[in-house]
Design a protein around this ligand. Structure first.
Ligand code: NI
Length: 249
């Protein structure tokens, strides 16, 4: 069985979450880590982890919410860290793709949440887009465990994160025709990789264009199993062991 280590399964995206979980089970995916991005979605995450035994949660304020979050959101975030099924702070990080104007504010918010992770001894799920250097510099100041979500960088960047003890979250991007990620992943040991869908985004081939869901982990797993010439069961065993090194599940 596989785990979807990064999805956004909220009621606003999926009418029938029971069906999403059943589809996942029928495709050998028995656990989900549901990720929040702001106060509203963090509440959605808490709802799902309280209701479904096989959903775990990560809560955090995403860099795209830098201009809109309120201080009370950070208090709510901290209060919910005592929930036993909240297993990480995420997704958090830096995103300079849409705007570089608020770099300092983004770094401040990121830093604050890394301090929370340190305080509560929790791993982190990192979003980094067009911000590799700053992400590495800030993470180097902390001694945290975690995942670089939606990793799609160079082999050199991959090796820096690996040396720092981070896992690389690999999703449907690897199946895209123009993606250079497969060449990078070919050269990386599976001990450093976990699988994620980022549902409802980043749907893998051949379903690109449709709404993604956790069941599609199987398509990513099949792709990597071919790429690395490894049995599906062995891939599940290795990635689950990797998850266990970082997360308390
Ligand atoms: Ni995400």
């Amino acid at each position: 069985m596989f785990t979807d280590t990064h999805c956004h399964v909220y009621e606003e995206y999926y009418e029938n979450i029971d069906e999403i979980i059943n589809n996942a089970k029928n495709n050998k995916i028995n656990r989900l880590i549901n990720n929040g991005c702001d106060n509203k979605s963090n509440i959605e995450v808490i709802k799902t982890i309280n209701k479904y035994p096989n959903i775990y949660g990560a809560i955090g304020i995403h860099p795209e919410a830098t201009e809109t979050y309120q201080n009370i959101d950070l208090i709510n975030l901290e209060n919910n860290l005592s929930n036993k099924k909240v297993i990480a702070i995420g997704e958090i990080g830096l995103d300079y793709h849409y705007t570089k104007e608020n770099k300092e504010k983004q770094k401040e918010l990121f830093d604050y949440q890394l301090k929370l992770a340190t305080k509560y001894n929790l791993p982190v799920i990192i979003h980094s887009r067009e911000a590799t250097e700053d992400t590495i510099n800030i993470l180097s100041k902390y001694n945290l465990k975690g995942v670089i979500h939606s990793f799609s960088g160079s082999l050199e960047t991959a090796n820096i994160y690996i040396k720092m003890g981070y896992l690389l979250g690999i999703n449907g991007v690897i199946t895209f025709k123009n993606s250079k990620l497969k060449e990078v992943i070919k050269q990386i040991s599976l001990e450093h990789i976990i699988l994620e869908t980022d549902s409802p985004y980043l749907t893998p081939e051949p379903y690109r264009g449709k709404k993604n869901e956790p069941a599609r982990i199987i398509n990513i797993a099949n792709f990597i199993s071919n790429l690395k010439n490894i049995e599906l069961d062995e891939l599940a065993r290795i990635t689950n062991a990797n998850i266990k090194r970082i997360f308390d599940i």
